[in-house]
Design a protein around this ligand. Structure first.
Ligand SMILES: *Cc1c(COP(=O)(O)O)cnc(C)c1O
Length: 369
């Protein structure tokens, strides 16, 4: 059996930065700033500066960041939020948790993001917001989305869980809409060593509401102004994220290089891979290629010790948990086609050209476009 190729090599990354990580963890343990506190404040400042947003509020996960963002904008029972079916479940889940209805529209087949052409016809009297997702690290086409939002007075919530430091027309994603949600789940481009997330907004009033909401609606220690959540960020995660944030630009660059190596090997053979908008810089959280014989491809790569994934096999409108929404197979052809055909190949900053050669060699032996 040849040397396995992991989908994501967090072990190699950890070995490189271990002394810094351990020092940061010891600092937190020594200071006992376990929940919120100075390490969280420091990371919030560093991250908001990196994405060019007035304020960042650390929280417990990407999912809680989405819930907080929606709740702070006043999304409530009976409201509708337009989003994409081609995303991780949490996007639709967060909308549903607040009692609102996710309204799906199809994606573009080039980069798998929400198709702005379908948004206007999905707007009703109950629509309050649009939630574009920068899926796989590819910035959505934000200009038309923001124009529609302005025309109908809708809020825009960016799901940036896969797109830390991706840019669109010179601006960082997360700084384009009214508010944005980031995840620092360990496997994300910027990953904690546990769960963590962040809400970013330049609206100070909204930021103030979020700070209360994530800490039991507290105004002071025993005075609760509203019913909120326990969605606070841990100091240890914040300190670790501050260490890792320094490397993020380099890591994203390494991902882009890996993606172009994959493209050079797969595109000439007729495989469809993500095609990005000009004037934008994706960050390749995932490297996705379409095949017509996915079962065989996964079996063959796995048997050679090459770890692959499928993101995502079931679009949100066909998830059992959302069947009450009444969607049917065939409603969103591009999203359903992607769900049936995508394979994610190993992708992380540490992947080597030799590893990419081996992945592509095995892939090309079996895969059909
Ligand atoms: C990971 C992810 C989330 C949820 O983040 P968690 O930190 O796991 O809660 C939300 N949306 C998208 C698109 C994601 O990839």
């Amino acid at each position: 059996m040849p040397e396995p190729i992991p989908f994501l090599d967090l072990e190699t990354q950890y070995k490189k930065i271990k002394p810094e990580i351990m020092a940061a963890v010891e600092d937190v343990f020594g200071s006992r700033a376990f929940i919120q506190g100075k390490y969280v404040r420091r990371f919030e400042e560093e991250f908001s500066q990196a994405i060019g947003v007035g304020g960042g509020i650390g929280c417990s996960s990407g999912t809680s960041a989405l819930v907080l963002a929606l709740a702070a904008l006043g999304v409530k029972e009976g409201d509708e939020v337009i989003t994409t079916p081609h995303t991780f479940f949490a996007t639709g889940e967060a909308i549903s948790i607040l009692g609102a209805r996710p309204v799906f529209v199809d994606i573009v087949s080039t980069d798998y993001t929400i198709d702005p052409c379908h948004i206007e016809s999905a707007i009703t009297g109950r629509t309050v917001a649009i939630a574009p997702v920068h899926i796989y690290g590819a910035p959505c086409d934000m200009t038309p989305i923001l124009e529609i939002a302005q025309k109908y007075d809708l809020a825009v919530i960016e799901d940036c869980a896969q797109a830390h430091l991706a840019s669109y027309k010179g601006s960082m994603v997360g700084s384009l809409g009214d508010i944005s949600a980031f995840s620092f789940y360990p496997g994300k481009n910027l990953g904690a060593y546990g769960d963590a997330g962040l809400v970013a907004t330049s609206n100070e009033e909204v930021a103030g509401v979020i700070r209360k909401l994530l800490d039991h609606g507290r105004q002071s220690k025993y005075e609760h102004e509203m019913v909120g959540y326990n969605y606070r960020m841990d100091g240890v995660q914040a300190a670790i994220l501050s260490v890792k944030l320094k490397y993020l630009k380099d890591w994203n660059r390494a991902r882009r290089i890996a993606a172009s190596l994959y493209n050079e090997r797969l595109c000439p053979r007729g495989f469809k891979v993500a095609e990005h908008l000009s004037e934008c810089e994706p960050v390749y959280h995932l490297y996705v290629v379409e095949v017509s014989n996915r079962y065989d491809v996964i079996k063959s790569l796995t048997s050679q010790g090459i770890d692959v994934g499928v993101h995502y096999p079931v679009p949100l409108h066909l998830q059992p948990a959302l069947k009450h929404l009444g969607y049917r197979p065939g409603d969103f052809p591009n999203a359903e086609c992607a769900a049936n055909r995508v394979v994610s190949l190993p992708m992380c900053p540490e992947i080597t050209e030799a590893q990419i050669d081996r992945v592509c060699g095995t892939f090309l032996e079996v895969a059909r476009p």
